[in-house]
Write a protein that binds this ligand. Sequence first.
Ligand SMILES: Nc1ncnc2c1ncn2[C@@H]1O[C@H](COP(=O)(O)OP(=O)(O)OP(=O)(O)O)[C@@H](O)[C@H]1O
Length: 229
Amino acid sequence: MIRFDSVSKVYPRTNAPALREVSLEIERGEFVFLVGSSGSGKSTFLRLVLREERCTHGTVHVLGKDLGQLSNWKVPQVRRQLGCVFQDFRLLPNKTVAENVAFAMEVIRRPRAEIRKRVPWVLDLVGLGGKEDRMPGELSGGEQQRVAVARAFVNQPKLLIADEPTGNLDPQTSVGIMKLLDRINRTGTTVIMATHDAQIVDQMRKRVIELDKGRLVRDQHRGVYGYQN
Ligand SMILES: Nc1ncnc2c1ncn2[C@@H]1O[C@H](COP(=O)(O)OP(=O)(O)OP(=O)(O)O)[C@@H](O)[C@H]1O
C-alpha cells in the first residue's frame, strides 16, 4: 500500500531535512498512528504520501505507484483513491452538509443517481442523519469533523489520511471520531493518523510510528504514545 525507501525531504531554503532516510512499509488494512513532537516531520510524511510534496532522496510508493516518477497529470488518479481529514475540518462554508459530501463525488464525476443514494447513506453512517441541510457554521466542532469524515469516506478510498483530526475536539467528542475511523478501518480502508493525543493512542493500541527530527525512531505493533510533549 505504502512503501518508503530511504526517504529524505529537504525543503527549499532550509538546511535541516524534515525527513531523514525513512524506510517503512504500511500494508493494506492497517491502522497506523504517526507520533512525534512538533516539527518532527509528521505532516511532511503525509504530504509525501499525498504527493503534495516530492521527496529529495529515496522513493515513495503509494498504491503501487512510484510517486517520484508519476507525471503531474496522473496525480489525480492516485488522489481519488485517498481520503483526507484535517484538524481544521476544511468544509465549504457556503454549502450544506449534504452538498459538502456530494461535492467530493461531483469532482470525480460520479453519476447523479449514485450521489443521491450514497450521500444520505454516508451521513447516516457518521451519525448525521437529519442534519443534511444544515450549514457547517450551524454545527458543533465534532459534527463538522463527522461531515469531514463522511466526505473523506464517501468514495470508499483505499487509504484515509488524518492529520490531527481530534486536535480541536474535546476528549469525549474525540472518542466518537476515533470510533468512526476504527469502523472505517474495519471496512478494509487503511488509516494513517498523525496525532498528539496520547490518550487515544494508548487506548487504541494500534501500530505506532514515531518520528524525531525527521528520523524514524520507533515502529511498534500495538504501541503506545510513549513520549513527553
Ligand atoms: N513548506 C515548508 N518549508 C520549509 N520548511 C518546512 C515546510 N514545512 C515544514 N517545514 C519544516 O520541516 C520540519 C517538519 O515539519 P512538519 O510540519 O512535517 O512537522 P510535524 O511533525 O507535522 O509538526 P506539528 O506536530 O507541529 O504539525 C520542521 O522543521 C518545519 O519547520
